[in-house]
Design a protein around this ligand. Structure first.
Ligand code: SF4
Length: 311
């Protein structure tokens, strides 16, 4: 599989060219109940890291045919576990032109000075903070042994003090786990010390590794109010179609894209040109892709990637 995917429509950041630092295998120090990847034992060791120069070459090649709003460093798992992250960021910065360079991280490693120093070179750092109490953190995010949420929050506060670019915190709410007032009060207290530029509040939008339920919109709204005067917003799915974002994807590109993440029907409408939609139909007739459905909506997926929870 390739290191680069998309571009895809990000609800929050626009047209995003993705970099996957672990395309072959999930490598994460969390095992979140809501993970869009398969559940897996958490690990803090990153095996078989790719050569950063090879990843940068793949990004350079992709940028010859697309002009994304953001270049997003991510992984099938936690990208900050990748041991050559600092070197990779140094190689990517000269390539990005007007695009912003961003990372999506679960935030757990931000206390490691090597990670913090590398992330300080980015335009946007998006860290997750689903819980601020030990109880909810252990229940929802299920980190590898040794990661404590109080330490993570303190490390985020330290990072913010030295980071002048955009820091975004994402909170994902799950019904009956972290959608209660006690958790909201703890999150508000932590976030008033972290002082991010923006806080995105969301819930499950895609099929999850484990059986969990979406939080109610009322709970998300209540959390937003509790976070005032911080800049917090409830995130709604991006379904608008922007014709200039339509791209052509061949069979291989579609299979690769769906191998990384299921795509909501609205995303496919927004991103795929007519030729790509025709090829998608052929793949469906060939039995390689299907439309799956769960409480979060309908998604295109690889047939082999469908779990019993999808139907
Ligand atoms: S941090 Fe992300 S990749 Fe890791 S288990 Fe949680 S949702 Fe999945």
């Amino acid at each position: 599989m390739s290191f680069v995917f998309g571009p895809v429509l990000s609800r929050r950041f626009g047209l995003s060219l993705g970099i996957d630092l672990s395309p072959a295998k999930k490598q994460c120090n969390f095992d979140c109940l809501y993970c869009e990847l398969e559940g897996a034992k958490p690990t803090d060791r990153f095996v078989a890291p790719a050569d950063p120069a090879a990843i940068a070459r793949a990004v350079k090649h992709a940028l010859q045919t697309t002009a994304p709003d953001v270049i997003t460093i991510t992984a099938n798992g936690e990208p900050t576990l990748y041991p050559h992250l600092d070197a990779l960021i140094d190689l990517l910065r000269p390539l990005k032109d007007s695009a912003k360079l961003m990372i999506l991280s679960n935030g757990s490693t931000i206390g490691d000075p090597r990670v913090a120093n590398a992330l300080a070179k980015l335009d946007i750092v998006k860290l997750s903070l689903d819980c601020a109490t030990d109880l909810a953190f252990k229940k929802l995010d299920r980190a590898v042994r040794g990661v404590e949420i109080a330490d993570v929050i303190n490390a985020m506060i330290d990072f913010r003090r030295g980071f002048n670019a955009q820091l975004v915190i994402e909170i994902l709410l799950v019904k009956n786990i972290n959608d209660n007032e006690a958790e909201f009060d703890a999150l508000a207290a932590a976030l008033r010390r972290i002082l991010p530029d923006r806080i995105d509040i969301g819930t499950i939008e895609r099929p999850s590794a484990y059986r969990v339920e979406r939080a109610e919109i009322g709970a998300m709204e209540l959390l937003r109010q509790k976070l005032a005067p911080l800049n917090a917003q409830v995130i709604k799915p991006n379904t608008k179609t922007i014709t200039t974002m339509k791209q052509r994807f061949d069979r291989t590109a579609i299979l690769e894209l769906l191998g990384r993440r299921k795509l909501a029907l609205g995303e496919v409408d927004a991103l795929f040109d007519n030729d790509s939609l025709r090829i998608l139909g052929e793949l469906e007739r060939d039995g390689l892709v299907v439309i799956t459905e769960n409480g979060a909506g309908q998604f295109w997926a690889l047939k082999s990637a469908c779990s019993p929870f999808d139907f």
